[in-house]
Design a binder for this molecule. Structure first.
Ligand code: AMP
Ligand code: MG
Length: 344
């Protein structure tokens, strides 16, 4: 069945979506990380709708998406940053924008307080997805967009995921196919002294540090936004099915049960387990809940498939999902962060 809400992205549907955004409506759209639920960042009513549709607590600030570096000055006052961090902001935007990096910067007073839940800062991102960029440019140039899912649920990486979760309450879903990165952006706070990663995500810490030097991993006490990152709540990104996180060793020792699902980090570890468990072709069929994130241990591939596979496993009606930790380097940090919160 063709859904009346889902529109394939093309020039016409982008114009239509942009018109909706300009008139204060919400539109779900693809980005390279996950699907976003967009509303005009300067329209307080549209922002209020985002919180209502997602059932998101008002203390959780939104990321504003832009499609030209020039728009920065309408949203943030970089002169309020410490000099060293102003230079780092320039380096970071020069190298990693557009891309899966969100910067927390001083907010201009013209930006509605609802965007940042009353914080004096605003989180900004320049997505690399070409259609997302067009939508932003065709509408108002600044689109607030959290992930297009109910608060605490799994993030959507396909238009169908958005429809299943929010279908009843939004005007339009632009379908650009599956998201490439598959996990949310890395959120980096530049408003204190040492830049601080508030949320690991699609841009690995190692790449950020290679460019600007050391970063802090957890928010400093009392830092702006320290208490206010939804991605930092203990339970988030959660499937409905109970998820249990295991080390590689624990995972390898799990018995097979037909009514449980198994998510291995890579194919070799899944295959070793299948042999250990004495799997036959017959019970492989019974156990269609057995998956791996990456063919050969590539964390980029694994991150791209994470939410996709969790959505699938969640739909199988198993009583629990066992998931194996990723090696902690690179995007493995973002994968483990999501799995830990999914398990909480
Ligand atoms: P999402 O719902 O995936 O768009 O998540 C938005 C992320 O950006 C959350 O982790 C927010 O807490 C973080 N964020 C947005 N605005 C701010 C801000 N002003 N200060 C700190 N974190 C922010
Ligand atoms: Mg989210």
């Amino acid at each position: 069945m063709v859904s009346p809400l889902i529109y394939r992205v093309d020039e016409d549907t982008l114009r239509k979506a942009a018109e909706l955004l300009r008139t204060g409506e919400l539109v779900a759209f693809p980005t390279e990380t996950v699907y976003g639920l967009g509303g005009d960042a300067f329209n307080a009513e549209a922002l209020a709708k985002i919180f209502d549709v997602k059932k998101r607590p008002r203390f959780d600030p939104l990321i504003v998406h832009i499609a030209e570096t020039g728009t920065l000055d309408t949203l943030t006052d970089l002169s309020l940053l410490e000099k060293a961090n102003r230079e780092k902001a320039a380096l970071l935007t020069g190298r990693f924008w557009p891309g899966p990096l969100t910067l927390v910067l001083p907010k201009r007073p013209e930006v509605p307080a609802l965007v940042s839940s009353g914080l004096p800062t605003v989180a900004l991102r320049f997505p690399s997805h070409p259609e997302a960029q067009k939508l932003i440019r065709y509408s108002t140039g600044a689109v607030a967009a959290p992930s297009a899912n109910s608060f605490g649920h799994l993030s959507p990486t396909r238009a169908e995921h958005v429809e299943a979760d929010l279908g009843g309450s939004i005007a339009m879903i632009l379908d650009g196919g599956p998201c490439q990165v598959g996990v949310e952006s890395t959120v980096l706070d530049l408003t204190g002294g040492l830049p601080c990663i508030l949320r690991p995500g699609g841009l690995p810490r190692e790449e950020i540090e290679a460019l600007i030097g050391e970063t802090a991993q957890t928010p400093r006490d009392g830092a702006p936004g320290a208490q206010a990152s939804p991605g930092m709540l203990k339970s988030h990104y959660a499937p409905r099915t109970t998820l249990i996180l295991h080390s590689g060793k624990e995972m390898a020792e799990l018995p097979f049960r037909k009514n449980e699902a198994y998510l291995f980090f890579d194919r070799p570890s899944m295959e070793r387990w299948l042999i250990e468990t004495g799997f036959s072709a017959q019970n492989l069929q019974a156990g269609e809940g057995i998956f791996y994130l990456s063919e050969d241990g590539d964390a980029v591939e694994a991150a791209g498939r994470l939410f996709e596979i969790l959505h699938h496993l969640d739909g199988l009606g198993k009583i629990r999902i066992h998931a194996e930790e990723a090696p902690p380097e690179g995007l493995g940090a973002a994968i483990n962060d999501r799995l830990i919160r999914a398990a909480a």
